[in-house]
Design a protein around this ligand. Sequence first.
Ligand SMILES: Nc1ncnc2c1ncn2[C@@H]1O[C@H](COP(=O)(O)OP(=O)(O)O)[C@@H](O)[C@H]1O
Ligand code: SF4
Ligand SMILES: [Mg+2]
Length: 339
Amino acid sequence: MTTRDTVLEVDGLSVGFGPQAPNALPPVIEDVSFSVRRGEIVCLVGESSSGKSVTSLALMGLLPPSARITGEIMLHGREAGEPSLDLLQLSRRARNRIRGHRISMVFQDPMNCLDPIFSIGNQLVEILRWHNALSRVEAWRQGIGYLHAVGINQPDVCMKRMPHELSGGMRQRVMIAMALAGKPELLIADEPTTALDVTVQAQVLDLLLRLRTQTGMSVIFITHNLAVASRIADRIIVMYAGQIVENSSAESFFTRPAMPYSRALLDALPTVDMIRQGQKRLKTISGNVPGLAERPAGCRFFPRCVHGVAAMCDSGSPVLQSAGADHLVRCRRWEEISA
Ligand SMILES: Nc1ncnc2c1ncn2[C@@H]1O[C@H](COP(=O)(O)OP(=O)(O)O)[C@@H](O)[C@H]1O
Ligand code: SF4
Ligand SMILES: [Mg+2]
């Protein structure tokens, strides 16, 4: 159900690359549908190549023009009477106005996004003035405020620094400050802590939790690491080989994971006992995410699934079905396996 409590609704989103029909390759992501509530932190998880980044780039309108995109991405208005926008139908100009203002993105490697020849202050001022009619002096003052909000000590000093003079954790905070400068309703963060050491990673996660509480913004947080997701998620969406295979409240997901793939990901996490005993070998999921050309006709996880049963699992793609309140799973055997 759509309400003003829903900020984003993605329906049947598919993205393909490469030649057009009749030589078209299968879509990289297929029939991706989910919604994000206001103030909700949704973690999109899955191994590398499962389609997480393609999904986020589609939401941001940052896929190359040659991408074949179908489906609907509805951005709902905050106020009564404010129209909902289908982002895929907007002109490039209208899309640019939304980017950074209503939806912002933070990437894994801030160095690729910061301009190496301008100071942090200059870049922050430019973004603030792009979104608001501000004098340079006022934008500089607000820039200091944003750096302070993301926990940077001596923000006035940081404003004068060049990107290469900052640590990785500081740069990631600066990127978050820049993303916040447009006061977005939705922040998309693609592996924002993957390159950081664990202490700094924990600080950035705490920062996102605090900012969500302070601003009420929603967050789509992309990570391949379920331990990271467990620290901040209200909702977990698991992707595998271009499809959503589980979508659940975090509470239900971590107490009753229903999809064998999710269970295998959780089993692969190190436990406190393993860490204490210095055990180095973690359980791994055998095999790899299938490439586009190798995707099985039935359940895409079948070749790696310890619960797979031929004839039941290897023909026709399973649909997403209910596995309890606010919990969807794409598995034909979830009930038997969970019993
Ligand atoms: N611009 C592109 N052109 C062709 N294939 C792409 C492009 N971007 C991503 N892909 C393919 O889409 C699949 C999903 O990629 P991605 O969304 O980056 O995965 P994840 O972020 O989950 O690691 C991969 O197989 C990748 O090679
Ligand atoms: S449908 Fe079958 S192969 Fe796929 S996850 Fe469920 S049990 Fe495993
Ligand atoms: Mg990615």
